[in-house]
Design a protein around this ligand. Sequence first.
Ligand code: NAD
Length: 500
Amino acid sequence: MQVQVTEIANLTKSRREVLNFIDGEYVKGSLGRTFENRSPVDGSLISLVYEAGREEVDRAVRAARTALDGAWGRLGIPERAALLHQVADEINRRFDDFVEAEVADTGKPASLTRHLDIPRGAANFKIFADVVKNVPTESFEMTAPDGARVINYAVRRPKGVIAVVCPWNLPLLLMTWKVGPALACGNAVVVKPSEETPTTAALLGEVMKTVGVPDGVYNVVHGFGPQSAGEFLTRHLGVNAITFTGETATGTAIMKAAADGVRAVSFELGGKNPAIVFADANFEAAIEGTARSAFANCGQVCLGTERVYVERPLFERFVQALKQRAESLTPGLPHDAATGLGPLISRGHREKVLSYYRKAVADGATVVTGGGIPEMPAALQNGAWVQPTIWTGLGDDSAVVREEIFGPCCHIRPFDGEDEVVRLANDTPYGLAASVWTQDISRAHRLAGALEVGICWINSWFLRDLRTPFGGARQSGIGREGGVHSLEFYSELRNVCVHL
Ligand code: NAD
């Protein structure tokens, strides 16, 4: 819902405004229009966000280009890397500000934000600064037809202006996962955070300013997707490459936009990730890992599990144990230590999740636990709360088993053999992640090779070494990011051929 700027005057001081950050300055923009940022916890208004129009997007892209042509473009790698270390240090110095902003926008437990979102958000700047400092380029010698020696060597150059379009589930972490390597490689960025979670991206502008990152290197434009800042940015021909995390359908739209000007894309998209539990698995570890992968962040993790395949002898015991884990998660306030589950990101997203809850019943599922909205105190009833939910008994062709729901839910199905479960796990257009739980090491490696996914965890979930390639197979993404792999997208190798 959009309100006019004039209405801001009627809001109390505690309600904040979130502005665009362009060329080192916070600006409201030419549209004179804001949209509401509401708390998923209780539906209260937490801020009004100034929407960027075509004019602001154009200014941001031009500011980024000017920065590349100016002081930022002339900075050497060690100086750039040192600045990015300072960015990380300054985020950590303002740790609590970032935690509060992220928690307010997402409603997620503060413990999760303190443990994951903000520390990883800061670390992304240091990690990629160090990668860029240390990665070598190649050189070849040859003999020319005239007998002279020839040396070829490669130099690494930034791609230019990078558009960074982000989702809402891990706002700072997923944004800096792209901004970190982009800046480390010497690019300038224009970030379009999710309309649901605009605040930490805006706050990062203050950090950039404080540590002296030149104006125009980091820009933030707020708004929506189609016919708004997201589309204006990705269609802008001054943008040299687009990196995007979000739904596969949005990726399709962005890829069409990127075709004009033949711009490169890097996509981290949706998933419908399987967990495969063999009868010989360490039972407690499998339950613990699967519970986390299905319910952490209220199921709003791209790598989360929504399909669980359990070898038949273990099936009943596994279902009962996971049910117990789901029922032990207490929904509650972000700062309450007893809270095991936050709300979904919005009432709109809850409607989508609940539509799958209804569809599961219509398709004949057995609802093992959950299936609806939890009873919450009166003050929280306008929040986006939903019950963690487990189903059994659905057919393999049910939409609930095939489509990404992005909520705290999973379907558990028994299987009888390795070949069968590989076929079931791969029977999806997605290919982001899988978890395999077994103590048979040969089988574990066989499955890791056979599952068509970007990351396969063996006896674990969400364990990340940030130097490793990260990305999705099939419709779950294009390209790999992480460690040196990020440099493939955020920089270009140019060859210099010298006839001596
Ligand atoms: P989304 O695709 O709805 O939105 C993501 C961003 O794209 C938002 O900033 C939105 O405003 C913008 N956008 C929407 N339409 C656009 C358009 N036509 N042009 C340009 N920009 C547009 O995704 P979401 O709901 O914010 O996030 C959840 C999705 O993200 C899930 O599908 C999840 O699996 C996926 N995700 C994937 C990964 C991964 O690493 N593969 C990580 C996190 C989330």
